[in-house]
Design a binder for this molecule. Structure first.
Ligand code: PGA
Length: 263
C-alpha cells in the first residue's frame, strides 16, 4: 500500500487524476470504477481539467459505480445514478450507455446484482477503482462485518452511514435503509485501487484501514491484501496515522522513474 499525505483536496484530486489517467492509458479497454460522496469530487474536477488541457481523453472509457440505494430510481436526484450522471458522466463527457450503476429499483434485486457482476466481467474488469471511506471504515456500502470476499449484493445500511448521508436528503425525508453495493471481493478484483480520505471524521477509520489488523470490522483494511492500492489523505484524515513521517519520507525519496504523481 502506498500512502500519500496531501496538502489539500486540490492536490489530492490532481495526484489521483494523474494516476488514474496513466492506468487507463495503458488499458486496451479502459474501465474506471467510480464512487459517489464528497471526497472524489476534486478528482473528477482534476480529470476534467486534464481533458480540457488535452492531456487525457476519457470519452471512450466505461465506468461502473460502487453502489446505489434500494428504491430510488435513476431520475431521483438523490439516487447515486443521478449523482454519477452529474459528477462523472456529464463532467467528463462519458457515453451514458457506458456508465453503469446498480439498479435499486429492479424487480429481482438478487438477479440484478449478479447481472452487475456479469457486466463488469464482460467489460474486462475494472482497471482502476476510486474509493471513499466511511467514518466506520466502509468502502462502497460494505459496512463493518461485511465478508472480505463478498460480491455485489443487498445490504442494510448502518445507522452511522444513514446519519452521515442525511445531508443529501431533506429534513423530513429519511435515508433508505437498504442498498446494493459491490462486495469487497468485487472491489479487490479491480487492478488498481485509489482510496481517498479527507477530514478528521475519517482519521480513525483511515488509521485502522492502513495500519490496523485486516478485519471485517474495518472493511477498508482489506486493501492491505491488494497489490496496487494507493491511499491519498489530507492532513486531517492522516492525523491518526502512526507512520506519517515514514509516508512523507517515502514520497520524498521515490526514484524519479517510479513517481506515480507525474503524468
Ligand atoms: P464522503 O463519503 O466522500 O462523502 O465522505 C465517503 C463514504 O462514505 O464512502
Amino acid at each position: 500500500m502506498e500512502v500519500i499525505i496531501c496538502r489539500d483536496a486540490a492536490e489530492m484530486g490532481q495526484i489521483a487524476a494523474r494516476h488514474i489517467v496513466s492506468v487507463l492509458r495503458a488499458s486496451a479497454r479502459p474501465v474506471l470504477g467510480v464512487a459517489t460522496g464528497s471526497t472524489p469530487l476534486s478528482t473528477y474536477a482534476a480529470l476534467a481539467e486534464l481533458q480540457a488541457a488535452g492531456r487525457a481523453d476519457l470519452s471512450g472509457i466505461s465506468a461502473f459505480a460502487l453502489d446505489e440505494y434500494v428504491g430510488l430510481p435513476a431520475d431521483d436526484e438523490r439516487s447515486y445514478a443521478a449523482t454519477i450522471r452529474h459528477t462523472v458522466t456529464e463532467q467528463l463527457g462519458l457515453d451514458p450507455d457506458h456508465v453503469h450503476v446498480p439498479d435499486g429499483t429492479a424487480t429481482d434485486l438478487v438477479a440484478g446484482c449478479q447481472a452487475y457482476e456479469d457486466a463488469i466481467a464482460a467489460a474486462g474488469g475494472v482497471d482502476v477503482q476510486i474509493l471513499g471511506i466511511g467514518a466506520n471504515g466502509h468502502i462502497g456500502f460494505n459496512e463493518p462485518t461485511s465478508s472480505l470476499s463478498s460480491r455485489t449484493r443487498i445490504k442494510t445500511l448502518a445507522p452511522r452511514t444513514r446519519a452521515d448521508n442525511q445531508r443529501f436528503f431533506a429534513a423530513d425525508e429519511t435515508v433508505p435503509t437498504h442498498c446494493l453495493t459491490q462486495g469487497l471481493g468485487t472491489i479487490m478484483d479491480a487492478r488498481h485501487l485509489v482510496l481517498l480520505a479527507s477530514g478528521t471524521a475519517k482519521a480513525e477509520a483511515l488509521a485502522a484501514a492502513v495500519e490496523g489488523p485486516v478485519s471485517a470490522m474495518c472493511p477498508a483494511s482489506v486493501l492491505q491484501f491488494h497489490r496496487h492500492a494507493l491511499v491519498l489523505a489530507d492532513e486531517d484524515a492522516a492525523s491518526a496515522l502512526k507512520l506519517s513521517d515514514y509516508y512523507r519520507h517515502v514520497r520524498d525519496n521515490q526514484p524519479q522513474g517510479m513517481r506515480i504523481d507525474t503524468l
